[in-house]
Write a protein that binds this ligand. Structure first.
Ligand code: ZN
Ligand code: ZN
Length: 136
């Protein structure tokens, strides 16, 4: 169950669609960047799987009061990890569930992928709320 939260633009993306924006986990050990996200699709997801993931990580503080996860959908090819690969862990909560990735250093969700057939990665928006890449 997805609810559109409108389009999302990074401050950099608005300036030029070619720029990259940085993201990181809460403690900063895992860092990466997204190339030219431009007008990405921002959604609030209320599915059980997303909520189970937050519970799994002990990060229910990241859910909104209705249990929604704030996610930006990005093309996987635009997504690159610069440091902290050793902290990135993957988990699949149910046999048909999404592949989910998180930073094991501080239990910060980093994204989820449905599978090779679905060409986007859902990245929690708060991963970008550092430095000068704040959301509008
Ligand atoms: Zn971390
Ligand atoms: Zn979901």
């Amino acid at each position: 169950m997805l609810k559109s939260a409108g389009s999302w633009r990074s401050r950099h993306g608005r300036a030029s669609g070619e720029k990259t924006i940085e993201f990181s986990c809460r403690c900063g050990a895992v860092r990466g960047r997204v190339a030219g996200p431009g007008n990405a699709n921002r959604v609030i997801c209320y599915c059980d799987d997303c909520q189970a993931f937050a519970h799994h990580l002990g990060r229910t503080d990241l859910l909104d009061p209705q249990g929604g996860s704030d996610i930006v959908q990005l093309a996987p090819a635009s997504f690159s990890l610069r440091q902290g690969h050793e902290h990135v862990a993957g988990v699949r909560l149910t046999p048909k569930g999404l592949y989910r990735w998180y930073a094991s250093c501080c239990h910060t969700p980093l994204g989820n992928t449905v599978g090779p057939a679905i060409p986007f990665v859902g990245v929690p928006t708060y991963a970008f709320q550092t430095g000068d890449a704040r959301l509008t």
